[in-house]
Design a protein around this ligand. Structure first.
Ligand SMILES: Nc1ncnc2c1ncn2[C@@H]1O[C@H](COP(=O)(O)OP(=O)(O)OP(=O)(O)O)[C@@H](O)[C@H]1O
Ligand SMILES: [Mg+2]
Length: 329
């Protein structure tokens, strides 16, 4: 909903895979928390799969979430090997073992690299093995290798992603990276993202949804409703067109009776709708969890939450972050 242009840009990249006039090396989907990056990837996934392609997707996780270095690559490689019909049988599921299987598929052997190369060399060696495998396995059908939440990529993952994207040119597969733009600074992915600012890459920035798209979203969640235009305008303004906040605020309105189910379907309680939105602890927690990794300085907080803050700001932002209004103002 409301992402037709962005989806069309991705579809176009998929259609042009493998053609000589395909200069782009990677697709970068960027936007703030909750704006719809993962959802767009999901839509793109359906498109690729329905059109005879493969789609291998992995999420990077924040440090401390238990993922080892290079885990996102292992995950995608595991899926790609399965997609190519490679039976992993007894072989290990770590990146080196997966790369050994990938090398065999591509007609070579991965030398015993463990302990013989320094970590940086090993990373490149494995990335190159993976590249050759992806090129070989894409001969039968084009595919996308997508990495979500790249702002959390660990060092080796960022290195390998760079290698793959740099060398994917003209190949049968597309590297697709999604990330929170404002959280990339100072992370292992910064160099990677900066590099593709000047390399040929397709950027798909996700902006706030328009009020029409937000209305469509509300309609699809509640059934066809005829809400007053003022309510929908205010709802869009309160959520800043951020779909994550829109879903949460809709839930909140339903819980608190601002929206209620009348005889003819959902209706607005006009007087409740005039009240400023108070965000209860449960929603605050959800939002906080979502934006926890954001820089905690006032600017980062405001940027992230400006989406909700247009009308009730700064009290609403303060309320959501359990901070004083003065601190966020
Ligand atoms: N265009 C849309 N129409 C309807 N719902 C949407 C749309 N975009 C996103 N959503 C919904 O909004 C919520 C947040 O979207 P999503 O998880 O894709 O955000 P994100 O950009 O990946 O956020 P994060 O950076 O936190 O991972 C999800 O429940 C998703 O299904
Ligand atoms: Mg996401």
């Amino acid at each position: 909903m409301g992402r037709e242009r962005e989806l069309a840009a991705l579809q176009e990249q998929f259609r042009r895979l493998g053609s000589p006039d395909h200069p782009e090396r990677a697709v970068l989907i960027e936007g703030v928390a909750g704006v719809g990056k993962s959802r767009l990837l999901q839509e793109f996934r359906y498109f690729c799969q329905l059109n005879g392609g493969g789609f291998f997707l992995s999420n990077c996780r924040p440090a401390g979430a238990g993922a080892g270095p290079g885990e996102p690559l292992s995950e995608v490689l595991r899926q790609a090997l399965a997609g190519a019909g490679v039976d992993l049988g007894e072989s290990g599921s770590d990146l080196v073992s997966l790369c050994a299987a990938a090398a065999r598929y591509a007609g070579s052997e991965l030398p015993d690299v463990r302990g013989r190369l320094d970590p940086a060399q090993l990373t490149l060696h494995l990335a190159d093995t993976m590249l050759r495998f992806l090129e070989a396995s894409g001969r039968d059908r084009p595919f996308v290798v997508a990495f979500d939440d790249v702002q959390w990529a660990d060092g080796p993952t960022a290195e390998m992603l760079g290698y793959l994207a740099r060398n994917a040119l003209g190949g049968p597969f597309l590297v697709c990276l999604a990330y929170r733009r404002e959280e990339v600074k100072g992370t292992a992915s910064q160099a990677l993202i900066d590099e593709f600012a000047t390399e040929p890459a397709v950027r798909v920035p996700l902006e706030s949804l328009t009020s029409t798209a937000v209305s469509t979203m509300v309609n699809s969640m509640l059934g066809q409703v005829e809400f007053p235009a003022e309510f929908l305008d205010r709802f869009t303004e309160d959520t800043g067109g951020n779909p994550f906040f829109a879903i949460e605020l809709l839930r909140l309105h339903a819980q608190e009776g601002t929206l209620y189910r009348g005889a003819g379907g959902w209706q607005v309680n006009e007087s409740a709708a005039q009240e400023p939105v108070r965000v209860p602890a449960s929603v605050r927690e959800l939002v906080e969890r979502r934006v926890r990794a954001l820089p905690r300085d006032a600017l980062g907080v405001l940027e992230a939450l400006a989406v909700l803050a247009r009308r009730a700001h700064p009290e609403l932002v303060a309320d959501m972050l359990s901070a004083s209004a003065d601190a966020v103002a």
